[in-house]
Design a binder for this molecule. Structure first.
Ligand code: CDP
Ligand code: MG
Length: 134
């Protein structure tokens, strides 16, 4: 069993796709553990996306992720990180396969509905950031 960190991003919340995203993960057999709605602060956003701080899209990404509330969640299941990344789909809308969350609902690279940890190492860091104080 592995844990994964998943977040419905501001556009996903505003488009009322949180339920759809949860449904897809549940139907696959993954288990929802913790969940909370929060408005990400600039400080938390910069820590969460620290790996991208030198990228040209960084300030746009921080503005987007702090723009309105998100749904932060932890999930568990066998190979949860790899499995959820597959269900989420590629960040480039042209490469996101139909049948994936982004492939079915996202049409741009920044506002792409959902974040998912990409490894067990990232999962641990991200869950600590979002749920560590709880
Ligand atoms: O979210 P994912 O792990 O699939 O992609 P990433 O490469 O780790 O990038 C993190 C997030 O930054 C993406 O989900 C997009 O919201 C944003 N991004 C962007 O706005 N422009 C890019 N060229 C690449 C990523
Ligand atoms: Mg990533």
């Amino acid at each position: 069993m592995e844990r994964a960190f998943v977040m419905v991003k501001p556009d996903g919340m505003q488009r009322k796709l949180a339920g759809e995203i949860i449904l897809r993960l549940e139907r696959k057999g993954l288990n929802l553990q913790m969940a909370k709605v929060l408005h990400i602060s600039p400080d938390l956003a910069q820590k969460h996306y620290v790996e991208h701080r030198e990228k040209p899209f960084f300030s746009e990404l921080i503005a987007y992720i702090t723009s309105s509330p998100v749904l932060a969640m932890t999930w568990s299941g066998e190979d949860a990180n790899a499995l959820i990344r597959q269900l989420v789909g590629h960040r480039n809308p042209l490469q996101a396969m139909p049948g994936t969350i982004r492939g079915d609902y996202a049409h741009e690279t920044t506002e792409n509905l959902v974040h998912a940890s990409d490894s067990a190492t990232a999962e641990e860091r991200e869950i600590q950031l979002f749920f560590g104080g709880d």
